[in-house]
Ligand binder design. Structure first.
Ligand SMILES: Nc1ncnc2c1ncn2[C@@H]1O[C@H](COP(=O)(O)OP(=O)(O)OP(=O)(O)O)[C@@H](O)[C@H]1O
Length: 624
């Protein structure tokens, strides 16, 4: 931006030039006068010429002074802009200074507590940011005391069961590295002749976001087009560009920190967001780039879809969600239904007293369970109608006033949706859609996860009914679009790095999920099961038979040769149209239709270039 003196000196220079030109002309006029004094024609011309000259110069001088005034006005505008920018910087500086101070004192406190613990002192379980309104002696995480249905009242787990946060300063990016990255980023922008400046950087737990201010008239697409070049110049594997950052006049370039600072679940429970939040069913999501703890309300979500490649952090995230519920609700307040076709993920939770059915491993049983949930939902609607209330909140308020039993929330968590879709796509999809559309008012919520973000699993029906989504790292842009309807998840870093689409917001938030280890989970589960009895009240006997997982149902409504074709595919683990043609002695069209039908019913995977289709069905399953 030019300094204030520059345009002024130019104008003065222009005025000086004008005056000099005027004096030169006057001198010329004088010479001309002397030389041509006798010539009458020339005298007439001269007189008219000299008469016009002053007017011309007056006009020029006026023009110059107008230009000068306009330039002074422009300088005043620039000065005001500069002052506004300076003020903005000062405000930001003081905001970050406060934030740093707050974090420093929090870390100091945690450090002190850790030292005390190491020294063997008993540390009272007190959260650093507990609300002033709370009773001083009461542990912050303590749930409301409830009348027991089992042997003892539910005792909510305490914070000391979880690992304390450690100060891992190595995880933070050093100022030198930050400066170097900023320089390289600016060089990359300059080398591609993109008029944009690196404005500042925000260091998050996993990534650092550099905020870029584009120059006037620079299209943001020009910056996002540099994604691969930025990755190359800064030696990064994954670079995510937000162009623009929603609600801000910047483009965000997110680079991995190299070292990571794992976030502990305990630090989320110790945060103000968790302890003072007003959520009806709070669930911990993690920490965003600005270091803010994100706690969502499942009651508002009201259903959650989680997808990501294998090893990206889905199971850890789901454990966080379950532990959040155990910390907040007693079995009388919240019922849990867990479906785990992989049979390894929810094993630790199988004795939790909130479960109303043992953890379901078999996909067919899971479909039956979903049908039971639909019938439970309908029952609950009848109960609400009897009491003339519109939703669970109204019912529970009336229950408190009139002294009858409250209606518990119910959370159904499915770890691998693909297995359900494979067994009985139509029924699983229909039940999930029905639950998703109607169950919010009666307090039933579902959380479904999958590691296969293909359109066969996350179908249009599922997507339409699950607007709140979490995407962990995926392998391709196509997968990211299937989950989030936009790209971005393919640029995540894995290990709990996620994009969250919060309920009611049309933008994605990048969040690092907290880490919780099996030993911590075991301690929490042991604590909550102590003195509690199982409450497996669900009876699936009237739903088991109705599941379309039987071999006949597998071929329901399909070509007569469908079962035979499926057996060939299961036996050979090969899904090829020409092979089916030969084995079944049928034409190409019929064989191709059979293959398409198998893909639709999720018995085989989609066509993927020259790679053979995946086969999901086995002979063992068909012979059941
Ligand atoms: N929030 C996290 N912070 C740090 N590390 C994590 C986090 N989440 C996951 N990890 C790491 O990634 C590994 C895999 O995570 P997880 O088992 O949750 O993946 P997944 O997506 O469930 O995989 P799969 O679909 O194969 O079960 C964990 O063992 C852990 O080491």
């Amino acid at each position: 931006m030019p300094g204030p003196s520059k345009p002024q000196s130019k104008s003065i220079q222009r005025v000086k030039d004008g005056v000099r030109r005027f004096l030169d002309t006057m001198a010329e006029e004088q010479d001309w006068d002397q030389e041509n004094a006798s010539d009458s024609t020339a005298a007439t011309e001269r007189s008219s010429h000299t008469e016009n000259l002053p007017e011309e110069y007056v006009r020029l001088a006026k023009q110059e002074s107008q230009t000068l005034e306009a330039e002074q006005r422009q300088i005043a505008v620039w000065r005001a802009e500069m002052e506004a920018i300076l003020k903005d910087r000062e405000e930001r500086q003081s905001y970050f200074a406060d934030l740093a101070q707050e974090r420093h004192s929090r870390f100091q406190m945690m450090l002190e507590r850790a030292k005390d613990q190491l020294a063997g002192k008993t540390v009272p379980e007190q959260a650093p940011e507990a609300s002033e309104a709370e009773e001083p002696d009461e542990p912050v995480s303590e749930a409301k005391s409830l009348s027991p249905v089992s042997s003892q009242p539910y005792s909510a787990p305490t914070l000391d069961l979880l690992e304390a946060s450690t100060l891992e300063t190595d995880g933070l990016v050093s100022p030198e590295k930050l400066e170097e990255q900023e320089r390289k980023l600016q060089n990359t922008l300059d080398s591609f002749a993109v008029d944009a400046t690196v404005y500042d950087a925000v260091v998050g737990p996993r990534v650092t976001q550099f905020r870029i201010r584009p120059g006037i008239g620079v299209r943001v697409e020009k910056i996002s087009a540099l994604q691969k070049n930025i990755a190359l110049n800064l030696a990064q594997t994954n670079v995510r560009i937000q162009a623009p950052i929603p609600g801000e006049p910047y483009v965000g370039i997110e680079l991995g920190n190299g070292n990571t600072m794992p976030i502990r679940l305990r630090s989320v429970f110790e945060s103000r967001a968790w302890q003072q939040g007003k959520e009806t069913i709070p669930i911990t999501i993690g920490m965003d780039i600005q270091g803010k703890i994100i706690v969502a309300d499942l009651a508002k979500a009201p259903h959650l879809l989680i997808a990501g490649a294998t090893g990206s952090g889905k199971s850890v995230c789901m454990s966080n969600l379950i532990v959040s519920l155990l910390y907040r609700f007693s079995p009388e307040e919240l019922e849990l239904v867990l479906v785990d076709p992989k049979r390894v993920e929810f094993g630790l939770f199988r004795q939790v007293p909130h479960l109303i059915h043992p953890v379901v491993g078999e996909a067919k049983k899971a479909v039956a369970l979903l049908k039971w949930v639909v019938s439970e939902m309908e029952n609950r609607y009848e109960i609400l109608a009897e009491k003339q209330v519109r939703n669970i909140a109204g019912y529970n308020a009336k229950a408190e006033a009139q002294g009858f039993d409250k209606m518990p929330f119910m959370v159904v968590i499915i770890d691998e949706l693909a297995d359900l879709m494979m067994t009985s796509k139509g029924e699983a999809e229909a039940s999930l859609a029905r639950i998703a559309q109607l169950s919010r008012a009666v307090g039933i919520h579902t959380i479904i996860a999958t590691q296969r973000p293909s359109v066969n699993v996350i179908t249009g029906v599922i997507k339409a009914n699950y607007p709140t989504r979490i995407a962990f790292q995926v392998s391709s842009i196509v997968d990211s679009r299937t989950i989030l309807d936009c790209k971005g998840a393919e640029s995540l870093l894995g290990q709990g790095d996620m994009l969250f689409n919060p309920p009611g917001f049309a933008r994605l938030v990048r969040i690092q999920s907290p880490m919780v280890q099996d030993e911590e989970l075991m301690r929490v589960v042991t604590h909550v099961t102590e003195g509690q009895m199982e409450n497996h009240r669900v009876d699936l006997s009237s739903f088991d038979g109705a599941v379309a997982g039987s071999t006949e149902a597998l071929a329901d409504g399909a070509d007569d040769l469908y079962m035979e074709a499926l057996k060939i595919v299961a036996e050979t683990q090969k899904a090829s149209t020409s092979y089916l043609q030969r084995r079944l002695r049928i034409g190409y069209n019929r064989a191709a239709t059979l293959i398409e039908e198998m893909e639709d019913r999720f018995h085989i995977g989609p066509q993927n270039g020259s790679t053979p289709r995946e086969v999901f069905v086995t002979m063992e399953e068909l012979s059941r």
